[in-house]
Design a protein around this ligand. Structure first.
Ligand code: FES
Length: 651
């Protein structure tokens, strides 16, 4: 017959196709993922295949040497200009003459899979909302005087099955010139967001090789972090972060909300500040990657509800008081120019849905990244910042709440507290016998009691204690008997160390005396211990509340999310009681899970659908009105909380 059998690897998809069909068309017929940007014109080389590279025997096919047509002129030309790897063919040029096995190498797969480097190492499938398509547009004539836009629209419909094109004014203003400059051959950049008509984002003369770029932002209360991502394969081209310029209006969210309440133009000032911050971030990322910000054609943002409202220019006042209703909680897709973000002027920004008025899109991004809804046993995800966001779930259901920890874990309201930066003490050990401390400083490899430390630390100095250091020192002070169960620092007589020094009516523990060399004296005060007790009890009580609701006494594992979570020692967090009792080996860190979630939503429309559906199923628990919260909060005050972890550390 005139049919031939073709098997595609690695998908294993097979079927009979008419003899003489191109490999690209055969792939499309059989639903095989084979990329193409130029639509089979031999320009883009995205359709490369390796004929016969699969295992014939396994597929029961004998492949003749001339199963494919010989290399044609288009391929020869391509080979001359750009070089075609040995054994490779352009799928749009090679035609099937008899049975064949065709391998589709990873870089030719349209929805290529990307392994995410997170705790769970899951696979993500590339399915971006913006892609480019090469089209040939018919020229107008007196008999066919349709508009230029209609011509582009019907070329896309005929050549790529993209129907119902729309466009914004800035692009319309350019299309006449571009069509003529490209001699009616152009590359159309098309946005195909969920539930929206396809949009022409840009039109470029000829075949355009420049990769499309996307921006994923984790907009935090304290810092704004962003990744610049290539939309074809998800690789990160640049990452950077900066302070949220809103900090000058208040360190934490509540002080920003009250600034907005007290000043008529307060919210508007904060909106302008955060948008300017995003602008700076875009400029930095583009600069680092050596690209133009105009190449950024899609973006995603995750943030907490207050940042969400302030970014959008919505009044955050209602978020500051029960019952905390947000103006809008659904996922949003908004023109970048409305938010004054200086990326491509026709780009849209996708903002992940809020889970509730006090559990944000950042928590939704954490759910997307950590997938508690797919866990067989209950997993607790804790994202600690100025607020702790807590998610507890398994495949049956997912619960979420937030708990007001205050900024203590970020070093604020702590005598010698500071943010994690070079010079900050991040690890602490106290000898239980001598009560002498040793510590590590960010930016220095060695511990304070090791050779070379003195010299190494000169570059940064010892400037304060950051969040992870504070957690460790409080736990270590308890293990060494410097504080009692209630958190009270003992006198020199009680503790047997002169490092406990009188400080008003209480005592402080002297961690480091740098005064001789002009540095600060770093001490932990009774007030510091109290602030940490309040913060850790808030996290713990939130977790307990979720566990009550879930009907469990213990969680199977704990995931610490966020930049801070990545640096916490699980054992010390358990001793302190920041997290509920759990096998320390089952406490892991997910790094910046919110940022990972933002990147997933940028690379995959399926991820956007998934999180929108999942957020609707999440049960929100309100800590502020739960009567048991206060009870759990008080009960969580003592140290140690987890005695097994205490025994383990105390040796
Ligand atoms: Fe573009 Fe084959 S599809 S070169």
């Amino acid at each position: 017959s005139d049919d031939v059998l073709v098997v595609f690897t690695p998908s294993g998809k097979r079927g009979r196709v008419p003899a003489g069909i191109s490999v690209l068309d055969a792939a499309r017929k059989l639903g095989v993922d084979l990329d193409s940007v130029c639509g089979g014109r031999g320009i883009c080389s995205k359709c490369q295949v390796a004929p016969g590279a699969g295992q014939f025997a396994k597929h029961g096919i004998a492949m003749a040497p001339d199963a494919l047509t010989a290399i044609n002129e288009v391929e020869q030309r391509y080979d001359r200009l750009r070089g075609l790897q040995a054994g490779r063919r352009l799928g749009c040029q090679a035609r099937l003459q008899s049975d064949a096995v065709i391998d589709v190498p990873p870089e030719s797969q349209l929805h290529r899979q990307v392994i995410r480097k997170s705790a769970s190492e899951r696979v993500m499938v590339m399915d971006p909302a913006v892609r480019s398509y090469f089209i040939e547009v018919t020229q107008p004539s007196l008999h066919d005087p349709d508009s230029d836009f209609d011509r582009i629209s019907s070329a896309l419909a005929q050549q790529w099955q993209i129907e119902g094109l729309t466009a914004d004014l800035p692009v319309l203003a350019r299309i006449q010139k571009v069509l003529r400059k490209g001699d009616w051959q152009v590359t159309a950049i098309i946005g195909q967001a969920e539930g929206m008509a396809p949009r022409l984002i840009d039109l470029i003369p000829g075949f355009d090789q420049q990769p499309l770029l996307g921006l994923a932002v984790d907009l935090g209360t304290t810092t704004i972090a962003g990744h610049l991502v290539a939309l074809d394969d998800g690789r990160v081209l640049a990452s950077d972060g900066l302070m949220n310029p809103q900090i000058r209006f208040g360190e934490d969210l509540m002080s920003r909300v009250s600034y907005g309440m007290m000043n008529d133009s307060g919210a508007a000032e904060m909106t302008a500040a955060v948008r300017a911050g995003l602008g700076d971030l875009v400029a930095r990322l583009a600069d680092e990657a050596g690209v133009s910000a105009r190449q950024i054609v899609d973006a995603t943002i995750v943030c907490n509800p207050v940042m969400h409202h302030l970014l959008l220019g919505l009044d955050p006042v209602e978020l500051g008081q029960a019952p905390f209703p947000p103006v809008v909680s659904d996922a949003l897709s908004l023109p970048a120019r409305d938010l004054e973000v200086p990326i491509h002027e026709a780009a849209r920004i996708y903002i992940l849905p809020l889970i509730a008025g006090h559990v944000g899109a950042d928590a939704a991004a954490v759910v997307l990244s950590e997938q508690p809804q797919k866990s067989a046993a209950p997993v607790l995800v804790v994202d600690v910042g100025t607020n702790a966001e807590l998610i507890l779930g398994d495949e049956t259901r997912v619960l979420a709440c937030s708990s007001p920890t205050g900024p203590a874990f970020e070093g604020a309201q702590i005598n010698n507290g500071q943010r994690a930066a070079p010079g900050a003490i991040e690890r602490v050990r106290i000898d239980p016998v001598t009560k002498e401390p040793r510590f590590r400083v960010i930016g220095v490899e060695s511990w304070s009691d090791e050779d070379g430390f003195e010299d190494a630390v000169k570059a940064t100095g010892i400037t304060g204690i950051c969040g992870s250091g504070i957690i460790e020192i409080v736990a270590e002070m308890r293990i060494a008997g410097i504080i009692d169960r209630s958190g009270l620092i003992g006198s020199p007589e009680q503790t047997g160390t002169a490092r406990c020094i009188p400080d008003g009516r209480t005592f402080s523990y002297l961690l480091h005396d740098g005064s001789e060399t002009g540095g600060p004296r770093i001490a932990v005060t009774q007030g510091d211990i109290r602030a940490i007790q309040l913060a850790k009890s808030a996290v713990h009580a939130g977790a307990r509340l979720l566990m009550d609701e879930f009907g469990i006494e213990e969680v199977d594992r704990v995931v610490l999310a966020g930049a801070f979570g990545a640096h916490i020692s699980p054992l010390h967090a358990l001793v302190l009681g920041m997290i509920p009792n759990c096998d320390p080996a089952r406490v892991t860190s997910a790094g910046n899970a919110a940022g990972t979630g933002a990147r997933m939503a940028l690379c995959s429309r399926a991820a956007r659908r998934e999180i929108e559906a999942e957020v609707r199923r999440i049960t929100r628990i309100e800590t502020a009105i739960a009567p048991l919260f206060q009870q759990h909060f008080v009960a969580a005050n003592g140290i140690p909380h987890a005695t097994d972890a205490f025994d383990k550390l105390a040796g």
